[in-house]
Design a protein around this ligand. Structure first.
Ligand SMILES: N[C@@H](CCC(=O)N[C@@H](CS)C(=O)NCC(=O)O)C(=O)O
Length: 216
């Protein structure tokens, strides 16, 4: 298995957590430096035409892309521990919480969007940061409201780790990068703190990857 990765990539962080939980060790981790724009190099464009991380090649390929699709692939091929509940309504809730992070919130703050705001729309750094913080808070507000549901337990859905917890942990890391205060989101914060005590989450953290700085 080859994982295309970068220390700061929150989407790759999601896949790393899933791999750690399932005890999957990739044979190769290929660094694609997002800060140098290597995601746009022709070689990587051939792997993922969206020019985004992560991508995963299992055996002969083809390359898989989009973190949630990769996590579900890993869940189907390595079913233990399961990352989705068994019942359809539970699966829909876990996928919904995950998609708030991976599909509604995170795509608004990625390098391609921040760079477009900077270079095309000439938006200065304080206002770009305000943009990122706004979309973080919008997602956190929706997630916190959803977590008030009785389906929430020790984790986002019941008392076992699911894909939703993986996504919550990455949302919290992103909030840290953009200095978003988590105090107004106590259930979210509690669940992320519980997750981060788990070695599979801790080892996958962006700041624990090769090439990462001591802090952001
Ligand atoms: N929805 C995608 C997001 C992928 C994505 O945007 N990844 C970021 C890093 S976390 C990236 O590679 N961005 C490159 C860019 O914006 O130019 C997923 O969950 O995999």
């Amino acid at each position: 298995m080859k994982l295309f990765s970068f220390w700061r990539s929150l989407a790759t962080y999601r896949v790393r957590i899933a791999m750690n939980l399932k005890g999957i060790v990739p044979d190769e981790v290929i660094d694609v430096n997002l800060m140098k724009g290597q995601q746009r190099d022709e070689a990587y464009r051939g792997i993922n035409p969206m020019m985004a991380l992560p991508a995963l090649v299992d055996g002969e390929g083809p390359a898989m892309f989009e973190s949630l699709a990769i996590i579900e692939y890993l869940d189907e091929t390595h079913p233990n521990p399961p990352l989705l509940p068994k019942d359809p309504k539970g699966r829909a809730r876990v996928r919904g919480l995950s998609q708030i992070v991976a599909c509604d919130s995170h795509p608004l703050i990625v390098p391609r969007v921040r760079e477009y705001l900077e270079h095309e729309l000439k938006i200065d750094e304080p206002r770009r940061n305000a943009w990122c913080q706004h979309w973080h808070r919008a997602a956190l507000t929706a997630i916190e409201t959803n977590l008030k549901d009785k389906a929430t337990g020790k984790y986002a859905h019941g008392d076992a780790i699911t894909m939703a917890d993986i996504c919550l942990a990455t949302q919290a890391a992103g909030a840290g990068f953009f200095k978003v205060d988590l105090a107004p989101f106590p259930i979210f914060k509690r669940i992320v703190e519980t997750c981060n005590q788990n070695e599979a989450f801790a080892r996958a953290h962006p700041l624990r990857q090769p090439g990462a700085p001591a802090s952001v």
